[in-house]
Design a protein around this ligand. Structure first.
Ligand code: AMP
Length: 191
């Protein structure tokens, strides 16, 4: 199973990627988590990425692409993966196509979680209080939404045209949303 979970910041991609990946027996790979781990350990990658994360901007494509290429070539991802937070730019879509073609596999499905704008900001501010992420301040949240709308939302059309996109309502409790995703993915794979 090679799957992407897309959607705006605050849609619940991370939580759902974990649950869905577990049910398919593949790793959930979150570029945001990998960046944050590198930032907190002050690795060379983390030092480069920190200013972008803190400002709510995207890290440079070449840095992000290399990081994903390395991660999906690890043995646990040979059976597949659920990617959370990648691709986010057109250049990343192109790179991912090449990475997957190189393995001889194919992308099975792309899930987009849909949630209303107001609900997103409420959720992110709530998460800020719990997790203390440095990019969950109101100003940075707003910037992350803008960057998503400008650079990532248009990518949905690419996958829609390829017939790989499945849109799932992200509202409701976590287990309900997971169920909805699994039903939608199963239907998409069978069609
Ligand atoms: P996330 O946890 O997915 O919201 O990601 C947190 C931050 O990590 C983003 O705001 C970006 O700064 C950076 N990031 C994560 N994924 C990507 C990506 N695919 N391309 C560029 N930057 C990314």
């Amino acid at each position: 199973m090679r799957m992407l979970i897309m959607g705006p910041p605050g849609a619940g991609k991370g939580t759902q990627a974990g649950a869905v990946a577990e049910s398919f027996g593949v790793p959930a790979i979150s570029t945001g988590d990998i960046f944050r781990a590198n930032v907190s350990q002050a690795t060379p990658l983390g030092i480069v990425a920190k200013k972008f994360l803190d400002a709510g901007e995207y890290a440079p494509d070449d840095v992000t692409n290399n990081m994903v290429r390395d991660r999906i070539s690890e043995p646990d991802a040979a059976v597949g993966f659920v990617l959370d937070g990648y691709p986010r730019t057109e250049q990343q879509v192109k790179e991912l196509d090449e990475m997957i073609a190189f393995t001889g596999g194919r992308l099975d499905v792309v899930v987009c979680l849909t949630v209303e704008q107001d609900e997103l900001v409420t959720r992110l501010l709530g998460r800020a209080a719990v997790e203390g992420r440095t990019d969950d301040t109101e100003e940075v949240i707003r910037r992350r939404q803008e960057v998503y709308c400008a650079q990532t939302e248009p990518l949905l059309d690419i996958y829609r045209r390829r017939g790989q996109l499945v849109e799932v309502a992200g509202l409701g409790d976590v287990i309900e949303v997971t169920e909805r995703i699994l039903v939608a993915v199963t239907a998409a794979l069978a069609s």
